[in-house]
Design a protein around this ligand. Structure first.
Ligand code: ADP
Length: 402
């Protein structure tokens, strides 16, 4: 579980002067959990505490934030936390934008559990924990990872399966990382002084999970992830695209059940599966530099090739873009991977600037040469900021920008 405390209101949103008071996380929930808290004015804290589930983790964190130990001067007691925004994994076809959470909304999130059995129940636990701690008075807002992609047209989101499967089970592509793609597109258009309607870009979120989105007129029109976050690009431990017949073949040949195969595709594949070493791109790059390992090289080659292939395909699907934007842990930090992904895309108008590329790390900036027909950018994502801003707007009944 990750969290941030952000001080903001409509004026600060307009002025882009929201203030991050604290960020942190809780790992290894279910046993002796590791809690990290990094507050604005105090040294970083790291400690352990027994925490049984996500609900208990949220309860623990909120009480901690309101205590003297947190070092956040602006929060003296729980009443100083005025609203809570949750990142909710799956909003199915129901949620097109962020909403205030009430009983009806929690029921609808529950109805989406089939679509995200690992994530939505945890999101609900967090929502209930906040309600129990604060009562009904403190508003909560759900920000869905799928919402940004609900503008993808039917011909793009349907799988070519018997149609009744879509009707019966809502089997279709939903897409994920929506908050990140939306934030990056928003930041790009403010940096370039464009309106939402003028925003035609491809966003590449390359982190542990990876996805690429085509944004036309400010709306998502195509994305690489599908019914689940397994489809599309090669990721840290996920395979991305593959021939669906392979699932049955692996199950038969390896004596595995379909669930086991799916788990393997999610947790043992991707960069980890090919390299046989790690899912961590930074470690792979260090390993390649030190030992020139063949399978490490192959894993990185495959990763970059798949991303490049998606840029080409998204350019076709959206009828050309005005920029390609990198974000996520790999996209924000690794000039080498960005250069490799863009290699051979001169035909599409991309002319990278090596110096700019190397110098642009974890900050926004253009990394193609001035005059590149298709400019390339780096824009660090900030999903928490978008969640905080959506929360403010929902609570005050203000319209939500895309
Ligand atoms: P998540 O998707 O879990 O939020 P991140 O967006 O933080 O993850 O991305 C994690 C990935 O970013 C890891 O593969 C990590 O190795 C990679 N990464 C972080 N810093 C660098 C770097 N300097 N060079 C290459 N890869 C990096």
């Amino acid at each position: 579980m990750k969290f941030q405390v952000i001080s903001t209101d409509l004026d600060r949103i307009r002025e882009d002067s929201d203030e991050r008071l604290c960020r942190g996380g809780v790992e290894r929930i279910g046993g002796e959990a590791i809690v990290t808290v990094d507050s604005k004015n105090s040294p970083k804290q790291k400690f352990t505490a027994p925490i049984r589930d996500v609900g208990a983790a949220l309860d623990f964190v909120l009480r901690f934030l309101a205590s003297d130990r947190s070092g956040i001067e602006e929060i003296r007691n729980l009443g100083d936390i005025q609203a809570v925004g949750h990142r909710v994994a799956h909003g199915g076809e129901t949620f097109h934008e962020s909403v205030i959470i009430d009983n009806k909304v929690t029921q609808l999130i529950e109805d989406c559990i089939d679509l995200a059995p690992l994530h939505n129940p945890n999101n609900l636990r967090g929502i209930r924990a906040v309600r129990e701690l604060f009562g009904e008075r403190t508003p909560q807002v759900a920000v869905f990872d799928t919402a940004f992609h609900t503008t993808i047209p039917e011909y793009a989101y349907l799988y070519a399966l018997p149609y009744h499967l879509y009707r019966r089970h809502r089997i279709r592509r939903y897409g994920f990382h929506g908050t990140s793609h939306r934030y990056v597109a928003y930041r790009y258009r403010t940096l370039c002084n464009l309106t939402r309607e003028q925003t035609n870009v491809i966003t590449l979120h390359l982190g542990n999970g990876c996805s690429a989105t085509a944004i036309r007129g400010g709306h998502s029109v195509e994305t690489s992830m599908g019914m689940t976050p397994l489809e599309g690009l090669i990721m840290g431990t996920r395979s991305g695209d593959l021939d669906p017949a392979i699932v049955n073949l692996i199950a038969t040949k390896e004596g595995m059940g379909p669930h086991e195969v799916e788990t393997m595709l999610n947790t043992q594949s991707g960069l980890l599966g090919i390299s046989g070493l790690t899912n961590d791109m930074r470690v792979l790059q260090e390993e390649l530099a030190d030992h020139d390992d063949r399978r490490v090289r192959l894993a990185i080659d495959m990763f970059c090739y798949r991303a490049r292939k998606y840029i080409g395909s998204l350019l076709a699907s959206m009828g050309g873009a005005e920029a390609v934007i990198f974000t996520g842990g790999i996209g924000e930090n690794s000039a080498e991977i960005r250069a490799r992904v863009c290699e051979g895309l001169e035909w599409a108008g991309i002319q990278m600037d090596d110096v700019r590329n190397k110098e642009t790390v974890r900050r926004p900036g253009q990394i193609s040469v001035e005059g590149s027909k298709l400019p390339v950018w780096v824009i660090p994502t900030d999903e928490e900021l978008l969640i905080a801003r959506d929360t403010v707007r929902c609570v005050l009944g203000e319209p939500l920008p895309g």
